[in-house]
Every structure is written in C-alpha cells, then in structure tokens.
Design a protein around this ligand. Sequence first.
Ligand code: PMP
Length: 420
Amino acid sequence: MNASLSSNNSLENDLAFDIEAVRRDFPILSQSISGHPLVYLDNGASTQKPQCVIDTVSNYYENDNANVHRGIHELSQRATDRFEAARSTVRKFINAESDAEIIFTSGTTEAINLVAHSYGLGHLSKGDEVLISAMEHHSNIVPWQLLSQQMGLELKIIPITLAGELDYPAFLELLGPKTKLLAITQLSNALGSITPLKEMIDAAHAVNAKVLVDGAQAIAHTKVDVRALDCDFYAFSGHKIFSPTGIGILYGKRELLESMPPYQSGGDMIKVVSFSGTTFNELPYKFEAGTPNIAGSIGLAAGIDYVTKLGIENIAAHEHTVLEYATEKMLAIDGLRIIGTAKDKAGVLSFEIDGVHAADLGTLLDHQGVAVRVGHHCAMPVMEFFGVSSTTRASLALYNNTADIDALVTATVKAAEMLA
Ligand code: PMP
C-alpha cells in the first residue's frame, strides 16, 4: 500500500479544512442506522444539508415569507430582495455575466426540458442533428428523444470506451455541419467520468453548434466557470450541492435566451396580457412562470456560500484523495470489479462483485448503516454497455472521510461473505 494512504490521520491532516468540524455542520450525519453510525455515501443521488442551509430556509419562513415581485408591502419586498440576491450568488458562483442569464427552475431535469422545448422548438428543424453521449443520465436522453420524434431531428450518440471515458475521436467524427446542439454531461453519475468539456465545446462551436452542459453531478465537485467554458447553457440542481430539493438553475447566454420563446406561461413571465395579445417579460422572468421556489432559491444561495467558504478546489482535492483511497481499498476485495475507470474521474465509485446481486448487497450495507445506491442510476445505456443490469454506487461529498470508506469496505466484505 502507498505510504500516503496507509494512515487515515496523515490523509486528513493534509486537508485545507477541518473535516470533523465540517461533519458537525451536517446534523443528519450524527445519527445511527440499525445501531451503526450512519455512513452516507449516496451523494450522487442527493447531498445532505448543513445547519446554515436549514437555518436559512427556516429563518426565511419565520421572518420574511411572502410572494415575490408583486407586493408593495414590506414582507414581499424582503422576499424579493432575498430571492434576487440568491440569483446574484448563483451568478457569481458560476461566473455568468449577468443575473438575467440565471433562471430558477425546479432542477436539472426541468432546465434541460426548458432548453429542449424552447431552444429546440425555436431554433431546430427537421434533419438537424443533436449529439449526446452514451453516458448521459436519462434526463439528458429522453427530452432529446422526444424532441427528435416530434421534430424529425437526428439524435446521435457519442460512444464511450471500456474505461468509461468519452470516445473523443468518435465525437469529432460525429460532429458536422448538421450538428446543431451538443448536450453533454460534465461528470457521469454512473461512472464518475469527467468529460473533456472545454475541448468539446470549442469543437462544437467550430461547426456552429450550441452546447448544453448537464452539470448536475459536477457542480459540487469542481470549479465551474461558464464564461471560461464558453458553454451556451449550463444546468444543475440545488439538492446536489447541499441545498434544498425542488430548486435548480439554467444558465444561458443572454442573446440565446433572448431569442428563445417562453417555455411555460402564466403569471410573472408577462409584461402585458390582453385578449388581443400578450407581451413577455424581460429575462430572466420570461422563463419563470408562476410563483417560484423562493425558499429553495434562498437555501441554494446559502448552500453555495457554504461551499464557497470551504473552497471548491479544496473540496475537489479532498474528494480526490478519498476516492483514490476508496479505489485502492475496494479493489482489494475478492471478485470486485470497478465499473468506470476513467483517468479523469471524481466522486463516484461504481462496482459489482462476482455472484452478488447489487440489491442484496445494498440491503446488507444498509443494515450496517452504510447508505449507497444500487440500480441503473438512471443511466440504463451505461449498464447495457457494460453488460450489467445494475451496480452498487458509493458517491462522495465533501464530508466523507477515510473512516467512511473503511466502514464501506468492512461492511462490503461482510455482506459479500454472507451472500456468497
Ligand atoms: N443529470 C445527472 C448527471 C444527474 O446525476 C441527475 C440526478 N441524478 C440529473 C441529471 C437529474 O437531476 P434532477 O433529478 O435533480 O433534476
């Protein structure tokens, strides 16, 4: 074993933040499950919330709750100020140019559907090609399949390699004058693979295609700078970054958003409504029909502030160390195969064990307090490619430490012995 991996203490002493203090920030982590301390390794599905996010949301409901943008009274103004301040926090976090480019959605799924419907219906036509990869989450597959059927588009799939990496030469071959949109994940939820995003965006732009990035997994693990990436759209969910469920973001370049028709219609997205015609509100409100998730957006800003305080680069470095530690320890288990061995990967360890059903393994891990996800991870084409129906996935967040991994290893060994 590598000396630097031999002792938990030496690993965690190198940290730029105090991992024990960080763990104490997340009240849910201190509970027991089936008599064992909870080891939460299902962060790819959803992350836990620090006390500051919980307090921010309850403080909002206790003190400032009202509808936004409509009221002249004090509470409505406070709610509006906090809602719009949250938008600015998101804008700064991903380095967008303007608050008008930050649209609150219910999550990544809605953000992708917004682009599919609005950009798709407004800018794509029969015979145009949309490119996605073979490692996408269903949320970044099915909207494009439906749109292709409705509009007669061609959906092309960038293959992946046996390591679970995007096949870049194949991508370049698929790109052509008919390619109008590339919709690509930054980090695969099933494999942990990181895609070569900047190169892909530049290559897509060279053929005048637009690029939507599915940042659902990446947002809590890596620095995102939409202007440096030069992506046209970027989607993510609050609940994957220590924030409430039901809130998400679509970033879009202003001129593109301006050129797109509304996605949903109703209150707040209009300027004037009359039976002779309706004019639409300016950005970002044109895409925010109805009462938004005000508490969620304020909670998201608190989650982002928390991450910013720790430093996303520090978080990434910590998770990288824990992932390497986990990979080495898990590979020592008899019959265990890791699915997704990309050179550039983050946060995710998907595996299977000879002769062991993932669902049985997941249940026995749960009995030992270890929360992982088993199944197809909403990425059935990835499972098909690797010839498995499901995997067991441990996915990391900033509060996971090597003790969590030791608990995972011990529980997995015990479960595999029982199931053998
Ligand atoms: N894309 C990826 C890569 C994901 O991991 C997920 C969530 N598992 C989604 C999209 C969808 O996110 P949400 O369910 O929050 O809309």
